[in-house]
Ligand binder design. Sequence first.
Ligand SMILES: [Zn+2]
Length: 326
Amino acid sequence: MQPTFQVQPAGNVTVIEQAEGLVLVDTGGSPGAGRRVVETVRRLSPKPVKAVVITHWHGDHPQGLSEILKAWPAARTIATRATQSHLRTAKTMNTPAAPDAVANATLQKSLQDFIPNVRRMGEEAKTAEEQAGWAASERLLRQYAVDMDGAVTLSVSEGFDTRLDLPDPQTPVEVLHLGRANTDGDAVVWLPRQRILVAGDIVVAPVPFGFGSYPSDWIGALGRLRAMDFATLIPGHGPPQRDRAYVDRLVAALADIRAQVKPLADSGRTLEQVQAAVDPSRQMQAFVGDDPWLRRWFRQYWVTPIVASAYKEARGVPIVQSLRGE
Ligand SMILES: [Zn+2]
């Protein structure tokens, strides 16, 4: 299977069947995606959705929740306490908690204004991979604008700190926080009987996301994740994984960034100087090879933001959660 990459990311949605209903992990990245999730779930099973777990606050995971709850208003909604609070604040979410015509028009305008830039990038692209990537991005953004019309962000009603259980005779579910990683409140979902682990954006392929992340804690969380006896790992983006090779690659990449950034930061260089001095070529080759489209996004969605986080960590500057990752 060829790795895919979406400029406007759309997180995986996982459906788990228990005796008395279904558990959803994440909801799609927009109300439109949420409506398609509802249709898909109804084709899979006549059972109601009894619980929805949101793995973290990044919009491509919770933005379908409003539509899921229209279909199943009695569903429990669950996230870590940190994620629960981010879902309630404008610092992290780009849509309001209740319908707001002005906010909706502003978001729609920003999306429409962005589309010509994407088209121009496609016209200027030199390789077939990049031209195809930009063309797909333009189609996706047009769909995203339609799907986001009228979007609201709902928070969850139940927050937990380290563990929340959803018992069941056949398919017990454990919702766990393994420590700060991609965000300060990542949840993973563990099915101990089936040995399936739903990782959220702690594991994302082919290009990991590094915005506002915690490199040192992330390595710790991946160590705990790696020690779990999973047969299948469902990443936040990308196809299911059957072994630990990608997890190991991710740990090595985080360790490499930290090892490069620390001496540079300690020597008093600015973030800009550190960004210029870090050499990501070995990890870039390991993750995306020579594909020019993926190399562009590996730098933009991974190297640049994770170097910024490693720099803050080395300087003792707190990493905060915000829409812009600043
Ligand atoms: Zn995501």
